[in-house]
Design a binder for this molecule. Structure first.
Ligand code: ACO
Length: 428
């Protein structure tokens, strides 16, 4: 393709550079257009706008490709772990054995929350949504480490290794602390001899009688869920993080914004919607068949099916389907809701309505089912997504902090009132 694009507006001609990425993706660079023509481009919702150049994650939705730093997601899910992939996202390369051990050690050393942060979490209403607690907890954590949250880019970058380990470690402690508090239970001491997920699961669920042995396939399934959610290039929450970081804010503040953005039901909430749908189908006495028919008639949506970007299949869903089968077997779980999920999946994958529209299960279909089987309360599902996405957000913060030159500042087309005279109270 040509390396310039020509734009004609009236009798004016503008020559615009075409940028090509390493995967041959192309974009017309309009960054000088306003200066030269006084025109801006309009793209409500940014569906057609590249907001940055990034080297963290590549997605080709049509081909079902997702790669972290050039590594295929299926290979990472099979051979890597959440923490190793987190390192890859943060630093650009897979770690050596020594680097991985050091990273793991750093993450596990930071697992405990400073007492004042734990106090702040426990002071929140027990009914507070876990995402509200996570966003506040991250800001409180930044407050507890003023030397790590200076808003001085150079200093914040110098502290990045510690900050990344601290945040990746404590997002799970914040989530577990609030869960325990909401049940009037003490948060157990973290057990740093356990794996990242093993420690998290025992902070969440261990009982005083020591019944906290979580089967390995279950720990692995959670580890895979985190790994598969670790980054997804530009999206509502990641772009929010980058936007906040572009103003020079520290990682704690930037990630607290990302958490808030993820909370919305159109973004991080779909895995909860799957369980809600399955419960409703069960309560109505349907085995799933009626629901499929109503989805085909456009009266309802099969939650956990379809994706805005992936049009062939969601590569993460394929992987999680296997993990979910293994975890459910290890847990010995069977429930009418899981039977309905399996039936929905079977029927939809063979139905021409879903085939023609390229509607396949997405990552949320299976992650919701696994998380439910693991015993996580439904209102924690989005927080679990946030724990997984934390390394991605941090990597994008780092990319902006290292390379970003300008504060992000989109433009708008104003459609409000034009200049009006101010009338006094008597005149109105
Ligand atoms: N169930 C039934 N029909 C569907 C579904 C679905 N889940 N998704 C799309 N369709 C149908 C639409 O009704 C439409 O049919 P039509 O052509 O006869 O009008 C056709 O498929 C195209 O649908 P669009 O809405 O144009 O697809 P879009 O790409 O805009 O939507 C989305 C993608 C939002 C994910 C959609 O498939 C959906 O709502 N899925 C359910 C919610 C969900 O699982 N979201 C999580 C996504 S993954 C993630 O965010 C991590």
């Amino acid at each position: 393709m040509a390396d310039t694009a020509n734009l004609e507006i009236g009798d004016q001609k503008y020559s615009l550079d075409v940028i090509t990425g390493t995967e041959q993706e192309q974009a017309v660079d309009i960054s000088r257009l306003r200066k030269e023509s006084k025109l801006i481009t309009f793209d409500d919702g940014y569906g057609n706008t590249g907001s940055c150049e990034s080297s963290v994650t590549f997605i080709d939705g049509d081909k079902g490709i997702l790669r972290y730093r050039g590594y295929d997601i299926a290979e990472l899910a099979e051979k890597s772990t959440f923490l190793e992939s987190a390192y890859l996202l943060l630093y650009g390369n897979l770690p050596s054995n020594a680097a991985l051990q050091e990273f793991r050690k750093r993450v596990s050393e930071y697992c405990e929350l400073p007492p004042e942060v734990l106090k702040a979490i426990n002071a929140m209403p027990k009914s507070a949504h876990p995402m509200a607690v996570l966003a506040s907890g991250l800001q409180a954590l930044g407050g507890a480490y003023p030397e790590f949250s200076t808003n001085d880019r150079e200093k914040d970058l110098e502290a990045f290794d510690q900050v990344a380990a601290l945040i990746i470690s404590t997002v799970r402690t914040i989530a577990a602390a609030h869960h325990r508090n909401s049940q009037d239970k003490e948060l157990p001491q973290p057990d740093t001899s356990k794996s990242y997920c093993g420690n998290f699961l025992s902070m969440m669920f261990s009982e005083d009688d020591g019944t906290d042995e979580i089967p390995e396939p279950v720990q692995n399934a959670l580890d895979q869920i985190f790994l598969l959610h670790a980054d997804h290039e530009q999206n509502c929450s990641t772009s929010t993080c980058r936007m906040i970081a572009s103003g020079g804010a520290n990682p704690f503040a930037s990630l607290a914004g990302g958490v808030s953005a993820l909370w919305g039901p159109l973004h991080g909430g779909a895995n909860m919607a799957v369980i809600k749908m399955l419960n409703e189908i069960h309560e109505s006495g349907d085995d799933g068949s009626n629901f499929i028919e109503s989805a085909k008639q456009g009266k309802s949506r099969l939650m956990g099916f379809g994706h805005r970007v992936y049009r062939n299949y969601d590569p993460r869903a394929k992987i999680l389907k296997n993990a979910s089968d293994q975890a459910l077997e290890a847990l010995g779980v069977s429930s009418p809701i899981l039977d309905i999920a399996r039936r929905l999946e079977e029927v939809a994958l063979e139905d021409s309505y879903f085939i023609q529209r390229k509607l396949y299960p997405n990552v949320d279909f299976y992650s919701g089912i696994i998380l439910q089987a693991l015993g996580f309360p439904t209102n924690m599902f989005t927080v679990l997504f946030a724990i997984g996405r934390t390394p991605g957000w941090l990597s994008h913060w780092k990319e902006i902090a290292e390379n970003g030159k300008k504060i992000h500042r989109p433009r708008q087309i104003y459609q409000g009132e034009t200049l009006r005279p101010y009338l006094s109270l008597e005149e109105r």
